[in-house]
Every structure is written in C-alpha cells, then in structure tokens.
Design a binder for this molecule. Structure first.
Ligand code: 3SL
Length: 236
C-alpha cells in the first residue's frame, strides 16, 4: 500500500526523497487556493515562479497576466495580488488568459519540489480532485506544506489531515507521526473549520490586512472539485 506523509515546512524537504513520489503542494492561505480558483475560472495555464523578477519576465515573454504577493500584500507593478477574488471579478474576466504568479511561500515551495515524479497543487477547494489523482497514481504521496517563511502553519497541516482522511482506505496513513498529527488536527477542526482555524497565525495576519473574506473562501471544501493543477514542463 502506498504511504501518505506530510512535510510541515519546505525547510524540511531535504529530509525527504521526492523521487518517484507525488508531491501535493499546499498553501491554503492563499497561493494554492488562488491557483485553483484561477484555473477554475478559466485561466488556461499558470507559471508559478519563485521571484518577482521571474514573474515580470514570464509576463513579458508570454504576454500573460501577472500576480504577485509579498508579506501578504499585492506586490507593486503586477496585474493582481494573491487574492482568489482577483480571479472572480466580472469586470476583469480572466477566462482564456495565461497567468504567472509569485508568492512568498507557496510558489517557492512548488519550485523546491521539482524532484517529484508528479506535482499537483492542493487546497480545500479541490480536495476531491487531489484525492482522485493520488488514488490513480498508486505512488507514495508527500504533502508539502508551504508554511510561512519556514514555519509550521496550522491550515496547511489540517489540509494534510483532510487528504489523509479521504485516502485512509487506499493509503498507509498511520506510519508517519506527521500524518497522524495532521489527522488528529483535522478531526479536531473539521466540524467547524473556520472557527478552528480562526486561531491560526496566518488568519490573524490576513485579518489585519483586511483579507478576511479570502479566509472564508479558501475553506470551502470541493467548490472546484474537478480542478487539478498538474505540473507539466514549466507550468500548471
Ligand atoms: O506565502 C504565500 O505563498 C501566500 O499565499 C501568503 S498570503 O496569503 O498571500 O499572505
């Protein structure tokens, strides 16, 4: 039976061997939720990049939309920030456009996971799609939590627990303490996820930036149940 493990921070990635595995990149607040929303709203493909310079360069090279965030705020000089609502604005439709995006932790975590056999982006919004993909692959899965500047983030780990719960019949979710801990957190929080995660540091950070509507949006389970951002060549 394949195993599901959880890496609590990209800083811990050197401890794991991603070769042959499926990496699920998760940054619930907000990069992975925003990428899923963008694709769900008709963006054709996404170039996730680590630096702002790359984001500018990709935008020019591909003539695509640019989105960038640093320290929770939209970075200057780009079309959009990192709010999923940027992709839901009827006045500025994104359907049919390509996108490049750079965020503090989420896109950098993806770039640090390129050794994996398959890379997908996970969020509560597309939990079903990620679980289906993992079942089809029949490979070990590593959930890579983007965290915050190397630190553990509760919401990313709770997502890992939700995915482990969905896959518990098909995967070994008991042999790693990280996965066991994530399952416990998910069991604690699942009845009222917004209330549970309200305690987390990143939620307090977002609320201070007046991005609290993003928090509620990103916690919806399976509202983009068919959207699966899969890494191919240089894009999702
Ligand atoms: O760090 C990231 O990748 C972002 O998702 C952080 S924020 O939600 O935009 O603050």
């Amino acid at each position: 039976m394949p195993k599901l493990d959880i890496c609590f921070s990209p800083e811990l990635l050197p401890l794991y061997d991603l070769r042959g595995q499926v990496a699920v990149i998760v940054d619930i607040l907000r990069a992975s939720s925003t990428i899923v929303t963008a694709l769900g709203e008709g963006v054709t493909h996404v170039f996730p990049v680590a630096s702002l310079e790359e984001c500018t360069a990709y935008g020019q090279q591909h003539g695509c939309l640019t989105a960038a965030e640093r320290d929770g705020l939209p970075a200057a000089g780009f079309d959009l920030g990192n709010s999923p609502f940027g992709f839901l604005d009827k006045a500025n439709p994104v359907r049919g456009r390509a996108l490049t995006i750079s965020t503090t932790n989420g896109t950098a975590a993806l770039r640090r996971s390129l050794a994996a056999a398959e890379i997908v982006v996970g969020s509560f919004l597309n939990l079903a799609a990620v679980a289906d993909f993992a079942r089809q692959q029949q490979r070990d899965v590593l959930v890579v939590c983007a965290g915050w500047k190397g630190h553990f983030c509760l919401e990313d780990t709770v997502f890992g627990g939700a995915l482990a719960a969905r896959l518990s019949a098909d995967f070994d979710v008991r042999s790693s303490d990280a996965t066991l801990a994530a399952l416990h957190l998910w069991e604690q929080g699942q009845a009222d996820l917004p209330a549970y995660l309200l305690q987390s540091a990143h939620v307090r950070r977002l609320n201070s930036l007046e991005a609290s509507q993003d928090f509620d949006f990103c916690l919806q389970i399976d509202s983009y149940a068919d959207v699966l951002p899969v890494w191919r060549d240089d894009r999702l």
